[in-house]
Design a protein around this ligand. Structure first.
Ligand code: AMP
Ligand code: MG
Length: 333
């Protein structure tokens, strides 16, 4: 990047000329942070190895952690990967949307994108700006637009905190709708294998993949090279100590020198008179927790409290995906 100025553009109007401006940056080998319905992505042209390398440099991302390729349409999927006929209908049913499919890659995708794997993760985002960028610039390789290790950004302010001065352009289109990263399904194995839980739940996938006997959930074994290489890295963790606590025990932390991250319901039940609270969403509307989670985790390091606790949640439906992220955030490894 020349100099260190980042152009931040606010886009609410889809026909805004600034989308063309951002698209030209991608076509010329630059980096653009852009909104999607999951989290903000840091994009580069997926067919340009030099541009893709910049993503790893800017994020401090380990070289063996592959990137997801963002596309505008199912036709574009066929340009970059082989799709087995039997999966065409389910892929069409789940796209556009917050799901990534791991498929056998075609040679057009350079090894820099896939960390040398012979598979590629592809996603067709539903967000209109991500859609238009991929229509205009072609396949876009994009991990989340944060520095490696930090919580993924769910608004432009968080992207600016991490990447201002390091990328050519940041597109601000408000808050991400889901707030956690896509569900990843590997379709190259005997049975559809969920590598990362996300906004589309395992229960929903079991229904959609019924004719294939449902999906399996991948749990890496300690002595095995993980199938989703990104899994082995520390993720989402604040610098300060963060512990997970059962809702019934959380009142022990009321008015202590600890920030309490909890649901509205737990706050009303156990923490009525406490001042040291940050509400992460509503238990009765769990997608609100997904949407606020990463911003809440970023708040831990910004708050005056030296440490924090977060409420333990159940592990079914969308809570399972939320707990997957919380467990990584409280882990030191
Ligand atoms: P991020 O976009 O930062 O959420 O990271 C993308 C995630 O997708 C990483 O955890 C990768 O391990 C996973 N991923 C991307 N491509 C592949 C692939 N070809 N095979 C398995 N996992 C992948
Ligand atoms: Mg990420």
């Amino acid at each position: 990047m020349n100099g260190n100025t980042t152009k931040v553009i606010k886009i609410s109007d889809l026909y805004n000329d600034d989308i063309q401006y951002a698209c030209d940056i991608l076509k010329n080998g630059g980096l653009v942070a852009f909104p999607t319905e999951t989290v903000y992505g840091l994009g580069a042209c997926a067919l340009n190895p030099e541009a893709v390398k910049k993503i790893f440099e800017v994020k401090g991302r380990p070289q063996d952690n592959p990137l997801i390729v963002h596309l505008a349409s199912f036709e574009q999927v066929n340009e970059v990967a082989y799709v087995e006929e039997k999966y065409v209908n389910v892929i069409k049913r789940l796209t556009p949307g917050p799901v990534t499919f791991v498929l056998k890659k075609k040679s057009i995708i350079p090894p820099e994108v896939t960390a040398g794997l012979d598979t590629v993760g592809v996603r067709i985002p539903a967000h209109p700006i991500a859609q238009r960028l991929a229509q205009c610039a072609g396949p876009i390789a994009a991990p989340s637009a944060n520095l490696s290790g930090k919580p993924s950004p769910t608004d432009a302010k968080s992207v600016i905190e991490d990447l201002f001065g390091l990328v050519e352009c940041i597109i601000d289109a408000g808050e991400s709708a889901f707030g956690i990263e896509s569900t990843i399904i590997d379709l190259t194995k005997e049975k559809p294998l969920v590598l990362r839980p996300g906004p589309i739940t395992i229960e929903e996938l079991n229904e959609i993949f019924k004719e294939f006997g449902g999906v399996e959930f991948y749990v890496p074994k300690a002595d095995e090279k993980p199938l989703a290489p990104g899994m082995k890295y520390r993720h989402y963790a604040p610098e300060k100590t963060l512990k997970m606590v059962e809702p019934e025990k959380i009142q022990e932390y009321a008015n202590k020198d600890v920030l309490i991250l909890c649901t509205l319901e737990t706050c009303e039940k156990y923490l009525k008179d406490a001042k040291n609270i940050h509400i992460i969403g509503e238990y009765a509307r769990p997608y609100t927790i997904a949407q606020n989670l990463y911003k809440s985790l970023r708040l831990v390091d910004k708050s005056p409290y030296p440490e924090a606790v977060i409420e333990k949640l159940p592990e079914e439906g969308i809570f399972f995906s939320i707990m997957n992220r919380i467990k990584k955030a409280v882990s030191k490894f």
